[in-house]
Design a protein around this ligand. Structure first.
Ligand code: GAL
Length: 310
């Protein structure tokens, strides 16, 4: 797959899974993301948008050939007040498997068309491909919530919704309860006044690494990474981890998720096309770690898993 453009599924159709994530459930990989297969509406107060089509799910055994499983979360066109109504915002869907309940739990950025309601939406399913049933949308711990992600801490096993709050000034970690469908009330702030979004986490060799973008809407900007030894203590911003052409604009992309496969971490990027959002592309880039530093080198192609000892 050529990194940068939109990828095709096994039926030759453009993959509609923007702002997404890849996770392994059972013997398959699943890719969830925003289905933007509709016209890009221009000129709204908050810029270009596509009405909510739903959250797509794709499956794969090799991360290269993707099969469309359908809409894991469907819109609610009949109810103008519903958070899944096409006029609303459904962005950056992420899915966790909850061991305790045996359910798959989806969290996503749920918002009004003007981005003022700033909530996290929650939906559950018995199977990875859905259908996910919408539960509710809320502001975690009464804080505004825009770009979101999820993270399961491999050390404490606690799970978090990570979200940009305080009008994107701060990155919040809101701890999920045992069912992953509610919040415990424990919440901590990171990167205060750094105005970051697209926050994505991984842990390597005793350090947590947080990759994030700046806040420039659909336009690319430099990625920065931050590190901490303990998730709840302040992270330290280090530098731009990108190397290669267009490294100052994250190769013209924006972070959405980090997944691990066979001991290698991969950064997923969206390459937004604001004029026609459904044509937005993707990249998957391996992350290198050395002496507490992280590097993401541009690779023209992603052809599936690479060896950890490369
Ligand atoms: C970006 C954000 C996207 C989307 C976009 C809308 O900053 O990362 O998920 O919300 O703004 O302009």
């Amino acid at each position: 797959m050529k990194n940068g453009p939109c990828w095709l599924d096994d039926a030759g159709k453009p993959i509609q899974a923007h702002g997404g994530m890849i996770a392994r459930f059972g013997d398959k990989w699943y890719w969830y993301g925003e289905n933007k297969d509709g016209p890009t509406l221009r000129g709204s107060a908050v810029g270009h948008r596509v009405d909510v089509v739903g959250v797509s799910c794709y499956s794969s055994s090799d991360l290269v050939n993707w099969h469309y499983e359908g809409l894991a979360l469907k819109p609610e066109p009949g109810d103008a007040a519903h958070p899944l109504h096409p006029s609303k915002i459904v962005e950056r869907p992420k899915v966790l498997y909850c061991e305790k309940t045996g359910k798959y739990v989806m969290w996503f950025h749920s918002d009004s068309p003007d981005y003022w309601s700033a909530c996290a939406g929650c939906a559950v399913s018995d199977t990875p491909q859905g259908p996910f049933h919408f539960l509710y949308a809320t502001q975690p711990n009464r804080r505004d919530c825009r770009d979101i992600n999820v993270y399961q801490d491999p050390v404490t096993q606690k799970a978090y919704v990570i979200h940009s709050g305080d009008w994107n000034h701060t990155l919040y970690f809101s701890e999920l309860d045992d069912d992953y469908t509610g919040f415990t009330g424990n919440c901590f702030a990171q990167l205060a006044e750094q105005t970051r979004e697209g926050g994505s986490l991984c842990r390597h060799d005793g350090l947590y690494y947080c990759v994030s973008s700046g806040c420039t809407g659909w336009n690319p900007n430099p990625t920065l990474y931050a590190v901490t030894r303990h998730l709840t203590t302040p992270m330290v911003l280090v530098d731009n981890p990108c190397e290669g052409p267009r490294y100052r604009t994250t190769f013209d992309g924006q972070s959405t998720y980090i997944f691990e496969a066979d001991g290698v971490f991969y950064l997923m990027l969206d390459h937004w096309k604001p004029e026609n959002l459904k044509e937005s592309g993707y990249s998957i880039l391996p992350i290198d770690f050395s002496d507490g530093r992280m590097t993401v080198r541009w690779q023209p192609e992603f052809n599936g898993l690479i060896r950890a000892d490369r």
